[in-house]
Design a protein around this ligand. Structure first.
Ligand code: SF4
Ligand code: SF4
Ligand code: SF4
Length: 152
Protein backbone atom coordinates (compact mmCIF):
# COMPACT_ATOMS: atom_id res chain seq x y z
CA UNK A 1 0.00 0.00 0.00
CA UNK A 2 1.40 3.38 -1.02
CA UNK A 3 1.78 5.89 1.83
CA UNK A 4 1.30 9.66 1.88
CA UNK A 5 4.95 10.07 2.85
CA UNK A 6 6.16 8.09 -0.18
CA UNK A 7 4.17 10.40 -2.44
CA UNK A 8 5.31 13.52 -0.59
CA UNK A 9 8.98 12.57 -0.97
CA UNK A 10 8.60 12.67 -4.76
CA UNK A 11 6.81 16.04 -4.97
CA UNK A 12 8.79 19.32 -5.32
CA UNK A 13 8.14 20.02 -1.60
CA UNK A 14 8.06 23.80 -2.07
CA UNK A 15 4.50 24.35 -0.77
CA UNK A 16 4.03 26.81 -3.65
CA UNK A 17 0.22 26.35 -3.60
CA UNK A 18 -0.04 26.39 -7.42
CA UNK A 19 -2.05 23.18 -7.24
CA UNK A 20 -4.59 24.85 -5.00
CA UNK A 21 -3.57 22.88 -1.91
CA UNK A 22 -1.95 24.69 1.00
CA UNK A 23 1.01 22.30 1.18
CA UNK A 24 2.65 19.52 -0.81
CA UNK A 25 1.64 17.18 2.01
CA UNK A 26 -2.02 18.13 1.50
CA UNK A 27 -1.62 17.47 -2.23
CA UNK A 28 -0.08 14.07 -1.38
CA UNK A 29 -3.17 13.17 0.63
CA UNK A 30 -5.41 14.19 -2.27
CA UNK A 31 -3.30 12.21 -4.74
CA UNK A 32 -3.49 9.13 -2.56
CA UNK A 33 -7.25 9.56 -2.33
CA UNK A 34 -7.40 9.89 -6.15
CA UNK A 35 -9.06 13.31 -5.80
CA UNK A 36 -6.25 15.03 -7.73
CA UNK A 37 -3.96 14.17 -10.64
CA UNK A 38 -0.17 14.43 -10.75
CA UNK A 39 -0.44 16.93 -13.63
CA UNK A 40 -2.24 19.38 -11.32
CA UNK A 41 1.13 20.00 -9.69
CA UNK A 42 2.50 22.00 -12.60
CA UNK A 43 6.02 22.43 -11.12
CA UNK A 44 6.59 18.66 -11.29
CA UNK A 45 5.98 18.83 -15.05
CA UNK A 46 9.17 20.84 -15.44
CA UNK A 47 12.16 19.04 -16.87
CA UNK A 48 14.23 19.13 -13.68
CA UNK A 49 11.58 17.02 -11.92
CA UNK A 50 11.29 14.49 -14.78
CA UNK A 51 12.72 11.56 -12.79
CA UNK A 52 10.62 12.32 -9.71
CA UNK A 53 7.49 12.54 -11.86
CA UNK A 54 8.24 9.18 -13.48
CA UNK A 55 8.77 7.59 -10.07
CA UNK A 56 5.52 9.09 -8.82
CA UNK A 57 3.62 7.78 -11.84
CA UNK A 58 5.08 4.31 -11.26
CA UNK A 59 4.17 4.50 -7.57
CA UNK A 60 0.56 5.42 -8.31
CA UNK A 61 0.14 3.13 -11.31
CA UNK A 62 -1.52 0.26 -9.38
CA UNK A 63 -4.36 2.57 -8.33
CA UNK A 64 -4.70 4.23 -11.73
CA UNK A 65 -7.34 1.76 -12.86
CA UNK A 66 -9.26 1.75 -9.60
CA UNK A 67 -12.99 2.16 -9.92
CA UNK A 68 -14.72 4.95 -8.03
CA UNK A 69 -14.92 2.66 -5.02
CA UNK A 70 -11.11 2.33 -4.98
CA UNK A 71 -11.39 -1.33 -5.92
CA UNK A 72 -8.52 -3.00 -7.72
CA UNK A 73 -8.69 -6.64 -8.73
CA UNK A 74 -5.23 -8.06 -9.37
CA UNK A 75 -5.78 -10.61 -12.16
CA UNK A 76 -2.35 -12.15 -11.66
CA UNK A 77 -3.38 -13.17 -8.12
CA UNK A 78 -6.91 -14.33 -8.88
CA UNK A 79 -7.39 -18.10 -9.08
CA UNK A 80 -11.02 -17.83 -10.11
CA UNK A 81 -12.19 -19.62 -6.96
CA UNK A 82 -15.44 -17.63 -6.91
CA UNK A 83 -15.42 -16.91 -3.17
CA UNK A 84 -15.97 -13.18 -3.76
CA UNK A 85 -18.89 -13.87 -6.10
CA UNK A 86 -20.91 -15.56 -3.39
CA UNK A 87 -19.64 -13.43 -0.48
CA UNK A 88 -20.62 -10.02 -1.87
CA UNK A 89 -23.94 -9.00 -0.28
CA UNK A 90 -24.93 -7.19 -3.47
CA UNK A 91 -24.46 -10.38 -5.49
CA UNK A 92 -26.42 -12.33 -2.91
CA UNK A 93 -29.28 -9.82 -2.97
CA UNK A 94 -29.36 -9.43 -6.75
CA UNK A 95 -28.96 -13.07 -7.69
CA UNK A 96 -31.15 -15.27 -5.50
CA UNK A 97 -30.84 -18.24 -7.86
CA UNK A 98 -27.03 -18.11 -8.19
CA UNK A 99 -24.72 -16.24 -5.83
CA UNK A 100 -27.24 -16.36 -2.98
CA UNK A 101 -27.08 -20.16 -2.90
CA UNK A 102 -23.31 -20.30 -3.37
CA UNK A 103 -23.35 -20.85 -7.13
CA UNK A 104 -22.20 -19.03 -10.26
CA UNK A 105 -24.18 -15.89 -11.18
CA UNK A 106 -27.36 -16.38 -13.16
CA UNK A 107 -27.91 -12.74 -14.17
CA UNK A 108 -26.04 -9.53 -15.01
CA UNK A 109 -26.92 -7.66 -11.82
CA UNK A 110 -24.00 -9.10 -9.84
CA UNK A 111 -20.75 -7.25 -9.20
CA UNK A 112 -18.42 -10.24 -9.47
CA UNK A 113 -18.34 -13.01 -12.01
CA UNK A 114 -15.57 -15.39 -13.04
CA UNK A 115 -14.72 -15.25 -16.73
CA UNK A 116 -12.04 -17.54 -18.18
CA UNK A 117 -10.72 -18.32 -14.72
CA UNK A 118 -10.39 -14.72 -13.55
CA UNK A 119 -12.81 -12.56 -11.67
CA UNK A 120 -14.32 -9.55 -13.44
CA UNK A 121 -16.00 -6.72 -11.53
CA UNK A 122 -18.87 -4.78 -13.08
CA UNK A 123 -21.96 -2.87 -11.88
CA UNK A 124 -19.53 -1.11 -9.58
CA UNK A 125 -22.09 1.57 -8.72
CA UNK A 126 -23.94 -1.14 -6.81
CA UNK A 127 -20.97 -1.64 -4.46
CA UNK A 128 -21.63 -0.60 -0.88
CA UNK A 129 -18.44 1.48 -1.02
CA UNK A 130 -19.73 3.58 -3.90
CA UNK A 131 -21.06 7.13 -3.47
CA UNK A 132 -21.62 9.50 -0.58
CA UNK A 133 -23.35 7.02 1.71
CA UNK A 134 -20.69 4.38 1.29
CA UNK A 135 -20.19 1.65 3.84
CA UNK A 136 -16.75 0.19 4.45
CA UNK A 137 -17.69 -3.31 3.35
CA UNK A 138 -14.98 -5.99 3.50
CA UNK A 139 -17.11 -8.95 2.47
CA UNK A 140 -15.22 -9.61 -0.77
CA UNK A 141 -11.73 -9.04 0.65
CA UNK A 142 -11.79 -11.37 3.62
CA UNK A 143 -12.76 -14.59 1.78
CA UNK A 144 -10.28 -14.08 -1.06
CA UNK A 145 -7.50 -16.61 -0.40
CA UNK A 146 -4.91 -14.78 -2.48
CA UNK A 147 -5.45 -11.11 -1.64
CA UNK A 148 -6.48 -10.38 -5.21
CA UNK A 149 -9.03 -7.74 -4.22
CA UNK A 150 -7.72 -4.49 -2.83
CA UNK A 151 -9.30 -1.14 -2.00
CA UNK A 152 -7.01 1.86 -2.30
S1 SF4 B 1 1.86 22.66 -6.93
FE1 SF4 B 1 3.18 20.92 -6.43
S2 SF4 B 1 4.92 21.87 -5.44
FE2 SF4 B 1 3.30 23.38 -5.36
S3 SF4 B 1 2.22 22.98 -3.40
FE3 SF4 B 1 1.18 21.82 -4.95
S4 SF4 B 1 2.16 19.80 -4.79
FE4 SF4 B 1 3.54 21.24 -3.83
S1 SF4 C 1 -16.98 -4.05 -1.01
FE1 SF4 C 1 -18.81 -5.22 -0.41
S2 SF4 C 1 -20.43 -4.54 -1.78
FE2 SF4 C 1 -18.47 -3.88 -2.68
S3 SF4 C 1 -17.91 -5.50 -4.10
FE3 SF4 C 1 -16.93 -5.98 -2.14
S4 SF4 C 1 -18.39 -7.31 -1.06
FE4 SF4 C 1 -19.49 -6.33 -2.73
S1 SF4 D 1 -12.03 -14.62 -4.09
FE1 SF4 D 1 -10.10 -13.78 -4.88
S2 SF4 D 1 -9.12 -15.50 -5.99
FE2 SF4 D 1 -11.29 -16.03 -5.67
S3 SF4 D 1 -12.33 -15.33 -7.57
FE3 SF4 D 1 -12.48 -13.66 -6.08
S4 SF4 D 1 -10.69 -12.35 -6.51
FE4 SF4 D 1 -10.31 -14.31 -7.49
Amino acid sequence: MVTVLEIYQLLPKTNCKICGESTCMAFSVSLLGRKRKISECTPILEVNFKKQKEKLEALLLPSAGAEETGMIVHPELCTGCGNCVVACPVDVANDPKGAAIGCAPTNDKVIFRVVDGKVVASNIKECRRFGKNRVLCYACIDPCPTGAIEFV
